[in-house]
Design a protein around this ligand. Sequence first.
Ligand code: C2E
Ligand code: MG
Ligand code: MG
Length: 668
Amino acid sequence: MRLFDEHVVLRFALLLACFLFAESIPDILNFADRTYSFVPYFLAIVFLAYVALFYKFPVSYSKKIRNDVEIPEPKAVEPIRDLKKDLIEKDELFQMMIDVSSDGFWTFDVATGKVYWSNRIAKMLDADVTTLEDSFDPLKKRVIESDWEAFREQLNAALQTSGTFSCVLTLLDATKKDAKLVISGRVQSNGMGRPIRVIGSLAEAVDRKSIERDNYKYVYQDALTGVNNRKYFLEKLKSDVDIAAKRPDYVFAVALLDIDSFGAINVSYSINIGDNVLRTVADRLKSLARPDDCVARIGPDVFAIILHNIQSRDPNDDLIPLVRNIHNKVKSPIALDGKDLYISVSMSIVVNQDVDCVEDILANANASLRDMKKGINHGGIQFFSGGIREKAMKLYKLEFEIRRAIQAQEFMLMYQPIVDIRAGNRIVGFEALVRWNQSERGIISPAEFIPIAEETGLIVPMGALILRMACKQTKQWVDMGFTDIQVAVNFSAKQFSVDSMVDDVRRVLAETNLNPRNLKLEITEYTAMCEADKTIEIMRALSNMGIQISIDDFGTGYSSLSYLKRYPVHTLKMDKYFVDHVADNEEDASFARMVIGIAKSLNLDLIAEGVETKEQLEFLYREGCRLIQGFYFSKPLNADMALEYMKAHYNVPTQGSTFETEQNAVKA
Ligand code: C2E
Ligand code: MG
Ligand code: MG
């Protein structure tokens, strides 16, 4: 029945007409001869009553309808569409939206009291959708009673007003103690305003605090160690600098802690062990710092602490005892796999006095750290002082100068002879040693610039230059008839990490036309251990080309000896450190014997470096050593002098040489 729609007046007019017709029927029935003449009247009454009560009059678009919303007349006639197909598509689309949504959906039929739950809700309630009861009971059983009562009240209120509602339900489940659900709904009414169903959603409540916590972790926390990260540290430092700018009595200090030789821990043990060391150091720092202090990891193996609110301007009062305690405890041995791992930590401290910006504090702390790592204070504590910054500035200047010197080709090579003491002190080759010929300062030793070149990566272009110079020079000597001469060139770890390293060496050999057997590369144990697999691959490629490889400064590294079996190595160079006291210290002598023994048993050549005295030489000769490099025979020479040396010591009689004669005299 549609009596009270927008055509109510028309419908009542038609009903009135029905009554009027009905009233005239008795009069018609009075005429006996026209017994059936009331039938048309009766049919008209039925027709009018039907139209009045059930006919759906077309709605004019131009009319104002409910809520005074004007709906404009459609401009063009819409194409006739397949309504059934449309509905199916909409239904599928709706179903897809329900399926992909992370929320669950439900409907409640007011007339039957039945509830339909979507799959997602069944999952939220850990139930099977096919066996889930079609009432509110499954939800009621899972949430705390007070929340359920609140929900019921809100639902009833919404049903009264055809409105919407939303409330939070706490799950009873012990394992999901904090889990909460948000239930929301909207009442759907019929044309008369009576509620026919409620359509709603159920979602897992988002815990804003935990999101904030997660965001904080992501932005400000170091993922590996759980302490603050560099970003947080810098922001905190900035806020301390700002406070100090307003309050001159506010003193704070920044401590940087660098784990010495951390790369070696990673290389000698494993990256996992390295990670464990970092985590242990971070945990220790957290427990050693005061609650208000900020502990952060600001570099791969560098930690920082902002020590807030230092009470006294005299560091002896509270700062020194505090940092000493931290330093002592942080470097205590770390127990890993039942063994103690010893670590060394360098710690530099800057107090905020005299500096008023973050950059200066960090630059000073870094300069101090860098300075102590190079000197004897390595592994200790150092308070920043003005002189350190000056030194740092000098280093920076040096770096700039090295860059310029590479361009200007100011580097030159010296060649130190390597002689065979069992073949009449015959020269077998040279080690090429770089020197910087600077216009203002004259010849500068590699000890001054190679570490900086390595640190800054400048060693790569510099090394390429050195290799080219050495190969060119060697080729000249080979062409002069010194065909067996072998020149060793030092290579650093950074050069080995360049992907094109093997191709670069091959190209230089081709360009200088040098036979690879006249070239030797010297790498330290540390270089050999860095990225071991990649390094072995490079060494194999070089060795396959015919280039020999020496392990320089052998015995001073951190490695186990087993690596020697895996690496294509031809020569070990015993470091000067072992040679120095072989003649006067029995312990050093046994050490040297051990190194000579290792070379012998692995069938490798051994060169003793830094031999200066006759006594050292006699010892080495006695122990079976053959190749010697050192001032005893010659200091590094420039190319002309090296040529003279070669002329004198290349074609020598291999028997009855001066040394052997002397040696025999000693023996006798
Ligand atoms: P190294 O490769 O171990 O070179 C041996 C060093 O010991 C050289 O110092 C040499 O002059 C010195 N030496 C040799 N015999 C004696 C001796 O009997 N007594 C004393 N006191 N010293 C002796 P230098 O030339 O100052 O080189 C120092 C280090 O600089 C080298 O140690 C090497 O690590 C590095 N270096 C030198 N040239 C290059 C280069 O071209 N490239 C790279 N990457 N490093 C280089
Ligand atoms: Mg060397
Ligand atoms: Mg050496």
